[in-house]
Write a protein that binds this ligand. Structure first.
Ligand code: CA2
Length: 143
């Protein structure tokens, strides 16, 4: 089984600022943790980050037929992107929404996720562990 991890804007800055909100790990540290768990679970992962909305759209489109699930931290695009929502819905690859922070316990504008209704489920608030839980959810929805 192949699982595609997608990371949206500014997640490349993890570990450099706002550790009280997002923790001290870098995105590379989180990727290493995901890869370790994926190898225990005998699944393959591809792990990517971009600051560009259109690149996320292209990657989701290209996932069809190549990946059995997508785990996405769309970052700020979670709250704004009709394009991402339409793409997830159109492509039909089972998608898990994840966040490091509990978006429902933060500012009002973060409470709304435009992609949540087209995802299998949402995991948020567990820091880097949200990625591991996302991996396990991706396997679960394919079981
Ligand atoms: O909690 C999450 O994972 C978020 O997706 C992170 C996004 C935020 O816009 C969402 O509401 C929740 C922000 C990612 C930016 O990460 C930074 C990391 C270090 C310094 C600055 C930003």
């Amino acid at each position: 089984m192949k699982i595609l991890f997608l990371n949206g804007p500014n997640l490349n800055l993890l570990g450099t600022r706002e550790p009280e909100v997002y923790g001290r790990l870098t995105l590379a540290d989180i990727e290493a943790e995901v890869r370790q768990r994926a190898s225990q679970l005998k699944v393959e992962v591809d792990f990517r980050q971009t600051n560009q909305e259109g690149e996320l759209v292209n990657w989701i489109q290209e996932a069809k037929g190549k990946f059995q699930a997508i785990v996405i931290n769309a970052a700020a695009y979670t709250h704004t992107s009709v394009a991402l929502r339409d793409t997830i819905s159109a492509v039909g690859v089972p998608t898990i929404e994840i966040h490091l922070s509990n978006i429902h316990a933060r500012e009002e504008f973060r409470h709304k996720s435009l992609i949540a209704p087209v995802c299998k489920g949402q995991i948020c608030g567990f820091g880097a562990k949200s990625y591991i839980l996302g991996l396990e959810a991706a396997i679960y929805v394919n079981a």
